[in-house]
Design a protein around this ligand. Structure first.
Ligand SMILES: Cc1cc2nc3c(=O)[nH]c(=O)nc-3n(C[C@H](O)[C@H](O)[C@H](O)COP(=O)(O)O)c2cc1C
Length: 350
């Protein structure tokens, strides 16, 4: 096993950096760039059968924000702390052409020891099963099933789903895993007060991995127009999500056990964040916004930084998995500290 190799169930990844789907994973150029940047896996922008979900891409908008909530330029110069508010839609190609694109890039990915991952977003379950079977039939090696987009409440009725009930997650996952031989990775929402229950439901229903977890929704009032920025609520993400993701990963690991591989996503901006998410329990990690914002070099740099970190620590990436999660204590385990809180309040409050 090389220093960065990792496993998601039966799938070996050459490294744990997954190029996760967003608009930069729509075109052939973007997919090839992610593969050539060295990602362990590359996820093609999601599709489903719903016309409204595709139409939503044509009305999609994006804004990069600094810590004062001011819009900043899009591009490689953007600070890693830049946050993104967006309203997105699904892959513009029809299903047959999307599948063809997946197959073409699966061949390229295989030549680079990379795993090409097709991604379906749930709208109608019967259609999802049909498309999943076609994905398998075509010879693709794995399927991402996203049942946790941020947008169900905001999007056209039935275009996408945000599943927050464990029974629904179990039923939907089972509907696919009962019919498929290839591994299914279920992408879960973070808009839940109990992500570990959702992860347990998915993995007990046969998912090989739970992807933890999708973005939250946000609304940012613009002080000039006094209207919401981009006109609506949108998916809101950024570096600040990392500890929230790590918290969910650690709780998922505690609930469902260390044998079930988790994929961490949301707020990972570079190689040190990949290490942090792995320490929290992820076997691999997705990066979407950071790459869409700053370019494919983020993938190259993340792999290099992770490798340097592992080398300095005398460890492999796989050995990082869950170290911090397993060292996590409860509040009740912590020693009492004498009036410690007084160092953290204004002088008048002491
Ligand atoms: C503009 C945009 C489009 C996205 N499109 C998809 C998609 O098609 N399928 C999907 O599963 N996730 C999609 N996502 C979610 C990302 O894959 C990822 O889960 C999320 O952005 C959190 O990770 P990040 O902090 O690395 O961006 C999208 C995210 C953004 C910002």
């Amino acid at each position: 096993m090389t220093r960065l190799e990792t496993r998601i169930g039966q799938m070996r990844l050459k490294n744990p950096v997954i190029a996760a789907p967003a608009e930069h994973m729509i075109t052939d150029g973007g997919l090839r760039a992610a593969i050539e940047a060295g990602a362990g896996a590359v996820v093609v922008k999601s599709t489903n059968e719903n016309i409204a979900a595709k139409a939503q891409l044509r009305a999609a908008e994006y804004v990069a924000l600094d810590s004062h909530w001011s819009p900043v330029s899009w591009g490689s110069q953007a600070d890693p702390a830049t946050m993104i508010l967006s309203r997105s839609g699904l892959h513009p190609l029809g299903f047959e052409n999307w599948l063809e694109q997946c197959l073409t890039h699966d061949r390229i990915a295989r030549a680079h020891d990379c795993l090409l991952v097709p991604s379906l977003v749930l709208a109608d379950l019967d259609h999802a099963i049909e498309m999943a079977l076609a994905v398998q039939q075509a010879g693709l090696r794995v399927l991402e099933f996203n049942i946790g987009t941020p947008y169900a409440r905001e999007a056209a009725n039935g275009a996408v789903t945000t599943e927050t009930a464990a029974e629904r997650v179990a039923m939907l996952t089972r509907a696919l895993t009962d019919r498929l031989e290839i591994p299914v990775w279920v992408k879960l929402t973070g808009q839940s007060n109990d992500v570990p229950q959702l992860a347990r439901a998915a993995t007990e229903a046969g998912a090989q991995s739970a992807i933890v977890a999708g973005r939250l929704l946000g609304m940012l009032p613009d002080l000039n127009t006094q209207k919401p920025m981009l006109g609506t609520s949108g998916g809101f993400g950024g570096f600040w999500n990392l500890p929230l993701t790590c918290h969910w990963l650690a709780l998922c690991r505690a609930m469902i056990g260390s044998e079930v591989p988790l994929i961490g996503i949301n707020g990972i901006t570079g190689g040190h964040d990949v290490a942090r998410a792995m320490l929290a329990g992820a076997s691999a990690t997705g990066l979407a916004s950071a790459v869409m914002l700053r370019g494919f070099n983020v993938i190259v740099e993340s792999i290099e930084t992770l490798d340097t970190y592992c080398q300095a620590k005398g460890t492999t990436a796989a050995e990082l998995i869950g170290r911090a999660a397993d060292a996590r204590k409860t509040f009740a385990d912590m020693p009492e500290l004498d009036a410690h809180w007084q160092h953290f309040v204004p002088p008048q409050s002491r």
